[in-house]
Design a protein around this ligand. Structure first.
Ligand SMILES: [Ca+2]
Ligand SMILES: [Ca+2]
Length: 347
């Protein structure tokens, strides 16, 4: 009964986090190794604090094994599942084995199933690179300010039961003509081996994008302020090595940026804020943006991915990540206003 209550509480916390706020639990799968000498998977519920939780009855399946868990996921901690712990009945019963070249690890919980497959590119929630021999694939899931970013990356220094480390980082600064009051600046790195990592900054134009795997990245920057948005991509790809901190990378929005401007808006209606959505994006029919409004959903680089309409909009086919709702209205004569707000699409 006690365990059931813990599970019910956990479900409530997760549901609430998905619906209302960042950060959210994206996956319990945090790191795994397919090394034939020691294969394991690490579970973690961060960044939420959910209390000690018994994983009784949870199951893990792969292409060649199945196990049933009976162990504690400590508050703020991790638990490692391997065949030795299963054989000793320390974490449950059954076996845990992986095909070193390709496999899918699926976690079956009382509420839902989730999994991670490898090798997959680009990496994403549920899509990891193939872990190197004697190494692991690790999940980056952090909330630097009000943004959440995530990525599976290849890691040659496994940390079973401890914090993941040895990701790659790109850092530098964005050149802008000026940084208006109440503006926010985001830098995004997307690449074939890691994507949807974001660096966010306020009151400065320096940025850091951590949590990347080695490889080439397209960098884009978006500045949002109450009058509209300004965004652009760096014209060349930036190559970062394994576990490398690459600094001094400049994104010059003065020459590559594309701007959307409008007359001074109603600050209360246009203040950027993040909304987490799953499957359906709801636009208020009684928005302060009145008749003849055209609404679009933009990706992190400012590209249109959907035309939006009042009411429910199906976003279930979009890749998880950060998007921007851009609403343009013709409120009086030829004058128009552009409202931009951020949404985080999750599965
Ligand atoms: Ca590591
Ligand atoms: Ca770890």
């Amino acid at each position: 009964m006690c365990r059931r209550l813990l599970w019910t509480g956990l479900s409530a916390v997760i549901s609430f986090s998905f619906a209302r706020a960042n950060p959210v639990v994206l996956t319990f799968l945090n790191e795994f190794s397919a090394d034939p000498e020691h294969q394991w998977v690490e579970l973690c519920a961060r960044p939420l604090t959910i209390g000690d939780t018994w994983l009784t009855g949870w199951r893990i399946t792969t292409s060649c094994s199945e196990c049933t868990l009976d162990c504690l996921l400590p508050d703020g901690g991790m638990v490692v599942i391997d065949s030795q712990g299963l054989a000793n009945h320390e974490v449950g019963s059954g076996t845990f084995r992986l095909n070193p070249e390709e496999d899918v690890i699926t976690l079956h919980t009382p509420g839902w199933d989730e999994g991670v497959g490898y090798p997959r590119t680009p990496t994403d929630i549920g899509a990891a690179p193939c872990p190197p021999l004697h190494g692991s694939s690790s999940f980056w899931n952090h909330c630097p300010y009000m943004e959440q970013c995530f990525n599976w990356y290849m890691d040659s220094t496994p940390t079973p039961g401890a914090e993941n480390d040895d990701y790659s980082t790109i850092a530098g600064h964005v050149l802008v003509d000026y940084l208006p009051d109440n503006s926010q600046l985001y830098v995004y790195a997307s690449g074939p081996y890691g994507n949807r990592c974001v660096g966010e900054t306020c009151l400065t134009t320096s940025y850091t994008v951590p949590g990347l795997g080695a490889g080439p990245y397209q960098l884009s920057a978006t500045m949002i302020w109450p009058h509209g948005s300004w965004n652009g991509e760096r014209p060349d790809l930036v190559e970062v090595g394994y576990s490398q901190v690459l600094t001094g990378v400049v994104i010059d929005l003065r020459t590559i940026g594309v701007t959307e401007k409008g007359p001074k808006p109603q600050a209360s209606s246009l203040k950027p804020h993040a909304t987490v959505v799953r499957g359906v994006l709801w636009l208020e029919p009684a928005s302060s943006i009145k008749h003849q409004a055209t609404s679009r959903l933009l990706d992190a680089a400012g590209r249109k991915v959907l035309d939006l309409h009042p009411g429910a909009n199906d976003v279930s086919r979009l890749a998880p990540g950060v998007y921007f709702v851009s609403e343009r209205s013709a409120t009086s004569g030829k004058r128009s206003a552009v409202a931009v707000r951020k949404v985080v699409v999750t599965r």
